[in-house]
Ligand binder design. Structure first.
Ligand SMILES: Cc1cc2nc3c(=O)[nH]c(=O)nc-3n(C[C@H](O)[C@H](O)[C@H](O)COP(=O)(O)OP(=O)(O)OC[C@H]3O[C@@H](n4cnc5c(N)ncnc54)[C@H](O)[C@@H]3O)c2cc1C
Length: 475
């Protein structure tokens, strides 16, 4: 390289990882361009408009929740002025209804220190026998200890969570009614398909790091309003040049050590070239593999071995209120989690929408269902929803549709940890970000934002700029 490094940065990918990286770089005074191939920012956490039988709705591609311990994502919410739009529950409280037995239990925390904060709720949890509750408590503490020691330990990453649960005396019912209830939603896989390291991290951080760590937050407005509209406004205010519909075709190193980023822009795919000393690749793993120059990673083919896991969302508009809580977790039925999206969707303003309710059914680890035709999903889910929510039995369905994300998250299988690369590559000035990189977290909004902030911090350090962490680690 000759002379001073080029002070400009290009961030490729306008998902949460790229957005966080671009904001952090711009906040530190780096002239930053964010290039996103789609017409919108937000990546996998987005909204779209649907004109259907129930009128015009704004629909999230999938319901997204975060936890109080998601400190990086909450930093992003704060930075884009959206904290009040995606508030946290004052205290963890999950209603869990068993459709087969017609009983509702609650997983909620008390105002007590860890681990007693969950003890009272577990002691009364009606979906397990007293002996199962005791064994669950013991296993949770053992898992929490693992999570606090070193969840990234390759020995833990190589084991599967299902076998560990069996070894720790967990019955199939305890796995269904508790471990998978939490694990499928947070990790997007069932216990036998989950790395023990990731499970220990989720339980250790989410349930056992501090009393409020697992308090749940979700957006009261469409995700696109947060991750696209508000984020874009703040990015632009911070000085980031946002290029939408710009697909990065190629990345080359120039003789002076800088980077040449070839972008195909707009509907006509007009070619243009950006130059920068710093590039953050915040795209999905296969796209990163395609764009990475030779020698940037020692074993780039590892990226191709990071698999995908699907999430299916089933959306139903009823002509009346059928769900009398903001959300519900379900047992004894294929339905997993049900969320009320009426207010966020704008349904109430649509003709005939006043008394109607729009619910989104979130189905993680949906390998067996992701390709089923809409009619088959309708035949499967409407009777199940009627079993789960008695008020749905006489209700008229005004609209029914599905959203399918085949690559919603990376597959958190045993051994995935050693495939996930760190932010630094072997090519100077080139950094990796994305929920699939080595954040220690499963594929979440938190993991995505963390990865973007990590890449930006390391890039700033390499540029000799101040590079403090901007968010507080969960205790
Ligand atoms: C249905 C669903 C439900 C989910 N539920 C939750 C939840 O409840 N809680 C939670 O925390 N997480 C959840 N997640 C996961 C979370 O959404 C993701 O982990 C996170 O959004 C990933 O962000 P990212 O920036 O790493 O990647 P992405 O969102 O994949 O962003 C990558 C971006 O790069 C762009 N891109 C790709 N190639 C190029 C190119 N060549 N040039 C320019 N741009 C390019 C893409 O268009 C995309 O915008 C869910 C995901 C889905 C799909």
């Amino acid at each position: 390289m000759t002379g001073a490094p080029d002070p400009r940065a290009v961030v490729v990918g306008g998902g949460l990882a790229g957005t966080a990286a671009a904001l952090r770089l711009a906040d530190a005074g780096v002239a930053t361009t964010l290039v996103e191939s789609r017409p919108r920012l937000g990546g996998l956490a987005f909204s779209f408009r649907r004109s259907g039988a129930a009128g015009e709705l704004t629909v999230d591609n999938g319901h997204h929740v975060h936890l109080r311990c998601c400190t990086a994502y909450r930093w992003l919410l704060e930075r884009i002025g959206a904290s009040a739009l995606a508030p946290l529950q004052p205290r963890l409280d999950i209603p869990v209804h068993d459709a087969a037995r017609g009983r509702t239990g609650r997983l909620r925390r008390a105002a007590l220190p860890v681990p007693l904060h969950l003890g009272a709720s577990l002691a009364r949890y009606p979906h397990l026998s007293p002996a199962e509750r005791l064994r669950v408590g013991r296993a949770a503490l053992a898992l929490g200890r693992l999570g606090r020691i070193d969840p990234g330990d390759p020995a833990l990453d190589g084991q599967d969570f299902g076998s560990w649960l069996r070894r720790h005396g967990q019955s199939p019912r305890a796995v269904r009614a508790l471990w998978d209830l939490i694990g499928v939603a947070t990790l997007n896989a069932r216990a036998p398909d989950v790395s023990l390291g990731l499970a220990a991290m989720v339980i250790g951080t989410g349930l056992l790091s501090e009393p409020g760590a697992a308090d749940i937050g979700w957006s009261r407005v469409p995700l696109g309003h947060l991750h696209d509209t508000l984020a874009a406004a703040v990015l632009e205010k911070a000085g980031v040049r946002v290029v939408r519909q710009g697909r990065v075709r190629e990345l080359d190193r120039e003789p002076d050590g800088g980077w040449r980023v070839a972008v195909d822009s707009g509907a006509r795919r007009t070619g243009r070239t950006l130059r920068a000393g710093t590039v953050v690749l915040a795209v999905p793993q296969r796209e990163a593999h395609r764009l990475l120059p030779e020698g940037a990673l020692e074993e780039p083919e590892r990226l191709l071995r990071i698999g995908d896991a699907p999430i299916l969302n089933v959306h139903v508009v009823y002509d009346r209120k059928v769900l009398h809580r903001p959300f519900l977790a379900a047992l004894g039925t294929p339905v997993q989690w049900v969320f009320d999206r009426t207010a966020a969707s704008g349904l109430r303003d649509a003709p005939g929408g006043a008394g109607s309710q729009y619910i989104a059914v979130s189905q993680s680890a949906a390998q067996d269902e992701i390709d089923l035709p809409v009619a088959a999903l309708r035949d499967r889910y409407l009777p199940e929803l009627a079993r789960l929510m008695p008020a749905a039995r006489g209700a008229k369905v005004r609209d029914f549709f599905v959203t399918r994300e085949r690559a919603a998250t990376f597959a958190p299988v045993p051994g995935v940890g050693r495939l996930r690369p760190v932010a630094r590559t072997g090519a100077p000035g080139l950094w990796l970000a994305g929920a699939w990189t080595a954040t220690g977290w499963p594929a979440t909004m938190e993991g995505a934002v963390r990865s973007g902030l990590t890449a930006a911090r390391e890039a700033l350090a390499a540029l000799g700029r101040p590079h403090d962490d901007v968010f507080q680690e969960a205790a």
